[in-house]
Design a protein around this ligand. Structure first.
Ligand code: SF4
Ligand code: SF4
Length: 362
C-alpha cells in the first residue's frame, strides 16, 4: 500500500506541475490543471451540513454531449483532471457512466465524489476505472448517519453494498480506482468516527479521510458556522482510536493541517491574495463556468456558459480577464471561505512570489 501522504490530500500538488507554474510566473496566467464538474443538481439526501443547500437541489441534468465537447476543448488547452461531484449526487445522472468514459477518453484523470447510495452497475464499473472514488459517509452508525444525511432507512445498507461492489470492480482492473470513504468531523458525529473507521476497513476501502467542516458564504444552514471552539477542544482521543484501524492495506488519513487551519480561522492569514484561480475552475449543472466554487452564485465570478461558448473563449474571454483583475486588485481574501480547497496552493504560490534570502542555498 502506498503511503497516504502519496495522495497529498492535505497539501499542495502544484510543485508537481513545474511547467504550468513556470508558465503562470512568466505570463501571469496559464491553462487550468483541474476542474470540478457537477453533472446534476439533484440529490436524494438533504444533509444537515450540505454546503450547497442554497441551490435547492433542483432535478437538473447536464447534457453529456455539451459537457464532452467542453472537456475536449479544456483538455486541448491543457486540463489534466476532472472531479465529478458538485451541487448534487452524480449517481443520479442517468448518463454518469458515459460522462466518465468520455472524460477518460480525453486523457483526463477522473475522480468521483458520491454519497454512494444510487450508483448503477454500469456507473460502478466505469467508476472503478477512474483514479479514485470517494464515498461520503459522515457517521459511523446507521442512526447518526440517518440523522445527519437526512437519509432514508435503506440508504445506509445501499451505500455499503455499493462500496463493496466498487472495491471488487476496482480490484478486478489492472490499475483500478482507489476507493475511499470520507467524513466531516462534526460535534454530532465525532464519537462515531472510530466505528466508521472499523466499517470502512471491513468494506475493503483503501482509506478513510477525516476532514473539518468549511462554511460556504452562501450556505443557509448556520449551525456549523462557528466550530472553532469544537476543533480547539478536540483532544487526541478520537484521532488515536481512529488511527488504530490503519493497517498495511487501509489507511486512516487525519487531515490535521486542514483541521488546524479551521481552528485558527482568520487569526493567521497565510497569503495576501488568491493566486490559485489560474489552475482550476468549477462547472455547474447549468453549464456555467465559475472561477471559484466558493463564490457561487455571485455573478461576478461567472465566466461564461458551455451551452453557448467554446471553452477556450470562456477561459481567455473578457469576463474572466475582468474577474482575474478584480481578484488581483480588489478581492479581500479574508472574506473567502476558511479552509477553501486552494489554501495550500495559495501558500505555495505566495512563497514563490516572496523569495527569502536563504533560498539559493540548496
Ligand atoms: S449528499 Fe452531498 S449534495 Fe446531497 S445533500 Fe448531502 S452534501 Fe449535499
Ligand atoms: S482564496 Fe479560495 S475561496 Fe478565495 S477566491 Fe481563492 S480559491 Fe476561492
Amino acid at each position: 500500500m502506498r503511503d497516504a501522504r502519496f495522495f497529498g490530500m492535505d497539501d499542495t500538488k502544484l510543485h508537481l506541475h513545474p511547467g504550468r507554474v513556470s508558465s503562470w510566473q512568466l505570463h501571469g496566467d496559464c491553462a487550468p490543471i483541474y476542474a470540478e464538474v457537477s453533472p446534476t443538481s439533484a440529490c436524494n439526501q438533504r444533509c444537515t451540513f450540505c454546503a450547497l443547500d442554497f441551490t435547492g437541489h433542483k432535478p437538473q441534468m447536464m447534457d453529456p454531449q455539451v459537457l464532452a465537447t467542453a472537456l475536449h476543448d479544456a483538455a486541448s488547452l491543457g486540463l489534466r483532471s476532472v472531479m465529478f461531484g458538485g451541487e448534487g449526487e452524480p449517481g443520479l445522472h442517468p448518463g454518469l457512466a458515459g460522462i466518465i468514459r468520455d472524460a477518460r477518453h480525453e486523457g483526463l484523470s477522473v475522480g468521483v465524489t458520491t454519497n454512494g447510495t444510487s450508483l448503477t452497475r454500469e456507473a460502478i464499473e466505469e467508476c472503478s476505472c477512474c483514479v479514485w472514488v470517494k464515498v461520503s459517509v459522515d457517521a459511523g452508525t446507521p442512526s447518526v448517519y440517518r440523522e445527519l444525511h437526512r437519509a432514508s432507512a435503506h440508504q445506509w445498507d445501499a451505500l455499503w453494498e455499493n462500496v463493496g461492489n466498487l472495491v471488487a470492480c476496482s480490484k478486478a482492473q489492472r490499475d483500478g480506482a482507489d476507493i475511499g470513504i470520507q467524513t466531516l468531523l462534526l460535534p454530532d458525529n465525532v464519537e462515531t468516527i472510530p466505528a466508521l473507521a472499523q466499517r470502512a476497513r471491513a468494506s475493503g476501502a483503501a482509506y478513510l479521510v477525516i476532514k473539518p467542516h468549511s462554511q460556504h458564504p452562501s450556505t443557509k444552514e448556520l449551525r456549523y458556522a462557528h466550530l472553532e471552539p469544537f476543533y480547539e477542544e478536540l483532544g487526541s482521543r478520537i484521532r488515536e482510536a481512529t488511527e488504530a484501524y490503519s493497517t498495511e492495506s487501509f489507511r486512516v488519513v487525519w487531515r490535521a493541517a486542514a483541521i488546524r487551519r479551521r481552528r485558527e480561522g482568520l487569526a493567521t492569514p497565510r497569503f495576501d491574495r488568491c493566486r490559485a484561480l489560474s489552475f482550476w475552475f468549477y462547472l455547474d449543472t447549468m453549464g456555467d463556468a465559475w472561477a471559484c466554487s466558493c463564490w457561487t452564485p455571485d455573478q461576478r465570478w461567472s465566466l461564461g456558459n458551455i451551452y453557448s461558448q467554446g471553452f477556450a473563449d470562456i477561459w481567455n474571454g473578457p469576463k474572466r480577464r475582468e474577474l482575474m483583475r478584480y481578484v488581483r486588485e480588489e478581492l479581500d481574501v479574508s472574506a473567502c471561505r476558511i479552509g477553501c480547497r486552494a489554501e495550500q496552493d495559495n501558500r505555495y504560490l505566495d512563497r514563490l512570489e516572496h523569495p527569502e534570502k536563504h533560498d539559493a542555498f540548496l
